[in-house]
Design a protein around this ligand. Structure first.
Ligand SMILES: O=C(O)CCC(=O)C(=O)O
Length: 297
């Protein structure tokens, strides 16, 4: 067996343990996986593509955003020229851009979800010449952009590869789920950073929770296990910000504040049961609502 082949196998084996035990992890990217660089995201090739962007809105609700679809070039000029903060391109189906193709790290190649969309559906929908959907995305955030607390779609796994910038992830194991919901209204906390939520509504949060924090720099990939709630902060450019944000140093933090990452949701034999259980739970909830509505009519 040649050395390169052996190295790829051992990376896969190391990741398997995290997948089996459903534990978060961070891996360095090998040189062969680093074929997408920041330059590809700021060049003109992508400017005319329409992308979904979350714009902050002042509605009185902290962290409220409005999603609009705008040309990517407009987003870049708002961020790089007008220095607008907190704008965030999210869920951009980057594989469909025909400019950037995601190189999947070997640890996450066994992916039944994107295989279906990108191979089976693409063929079935060949009249359209592109797959109509997939779960392969780019996230491009301005200074102070943020993703609130959520779990991934249908309790899928996800991985996120950082191309530029630094992210701080906070993840909670499923045993902590109860603490993330308000004891007053039942609402999920959106921003679990200190002083960003009403502590009397979430009395155990940050006190007895078993959160895991990961600082992810460029050329590192984070694995998010099934059913783990998480939030993500894009770390900003100055040392002062980095100190406040507890990152320690500004290594890997971009001067222009841009954080660029590629990610995928996926499942395979290891977490399929989690996904099926989640879908059945949701289906039961919907059935209960439908039956209740029928009884009320
Ligand atoms: O990078 C982000 O802002 C969010 C990514 C995320 O939540 C995920 O990959 O599951």
């Amino acid at each position: 067996m040649n050395g390169e082949f052996q190295r790829e196998h051992s990376k896969y084996e190391a990741a398997l343990s995290c997948l089996f035990h459903n534990q978060p992890a961070k891996f360095p990217l090998s040189v062969s996986d680093r074929d997408v660089c920041k330059k590809s995201f700021v060049g003109a090739d992508l400017h005319d593509i329409q992308v979904p962007v979350d714009f902050p809105v002042d509605s009185g609700t902290p962290g409220a955003v409005e999603r609009k679809v705008v040309p990517y070039g407009d987003f870049l000029s708002l961020v790089l020229v007008e220095k607008k903060e907190r704008l965030y391109v999210k869920d951009w189906h980057i594989d469909q851009s025909d400019v950037i193709q995601v190189q999947v790290p070997v640890q996450f190649e066994d992916d039944w979800l994107n295989w279906y969309w990108q191979h089976i559906r693409r063929d079935l929908d060949s009249s359209e010449s592109k797959c109509i959907d997939d779960y392969s995305f780019a996230y491009i955030g301005a200074k102070h952009s943020f993703t609130g607390v959520h779990h991934d779609v249908c309790y899928s796994y996800s991985w996120s590869m950082n191309v530029a910038g630094t992210k701080r992830w906070t993840l909670w194991p499923p045993e902590d789920n109860k603490m993330l919901f308000s004891c007053k209204s039942g609402e999920l906390v959106k921003d679990a950073r200190r002083n960003k939520y009403e502590s009397s509504a979430y009395p155990d949060l940050d006190v007895t929770d078993s959160r895991v924090t990961i600082v992810q720099r460029a050329q590192e990939v984070v694995f998010v296990p099934s059913g783990w709630y998480h939030m993500v902060e894009n770390i900003t450019a100055t040392q002062e910000d980095a100190d406040v944000e507890g990152v320690g140093d500004t290594e890997g933090v971009e001067e222009d504040g841009l954080t660029i990452s590629l990610n995928r949701n996926w499942f395979n034999a290891i977490n399929l049961q989690e996904v099926v259980r989640f879908v059945l739970r949701e289906w039961r909830q919907v059935r209960i609502c439908v039956i209740f509505e029928e009884l009320c009519l």
